[in-house]
Design a protein around this ligand. Structure first.
Ligand code: SF4
Ligand code: SF4
Length: 104
């Protein structure tokens, strides 16, 4: 389980670096972010939820039924959209109202 950061989309805001509990996300010389030890990522999704630029892709492994699918998030007010992209490019979106998240 790991993430990949797209350097073409990362604007270097640094928000993801502030929340990684393992301090795995580091600033590159160009001010963008990269992951230092992908194998140490335990998939908490904290960085994913901070990135509003679709720059972080989270790999859904076979153990989660992902089979090569990736996940990113998109925030819209209090709504958090979790977007799963299948290897064939099709997308499915699950939307959570963050104000109601504790209701489940
Ligand atoms: S939150 Fe997204 S845009 Fe900001 S530094 Fe991290 S990967 Fe780059
Ligand atoms: S998913 Fe969690 S552990 Fe992995 S890089 Fe992002 S914040 Fe760090």
């Amino acid at each position: 389980m790991s993430i990949r950061i797209d350097s073409h989309k990362c604007i270097g805001c640094g928000k993801c670096r502030e929340v990684c509990p393992g301090s795995l996300l580091l600033a590159t010389d160009s001010g963008q972010t990269d992951i230092s030890e992908p194998k140490d990522c335990w998939g908490c999704t904290s960085c994913l939820k901070e990135c509003n630029y679709n720059a972080i892709q989270y790999y859904l492994g076979a153990d989660m039924g992902g089979r090569g699918s990736t996940l990113y998030t998109r925030q819209e007010g209090q709504l958090m959209h979790w977007v799963v992209t299948a290897p064939n490019g099709s997308e499915k979106t699950i939307t959570i109202d963050t104000k109601q998240a504790n209701a489940y």
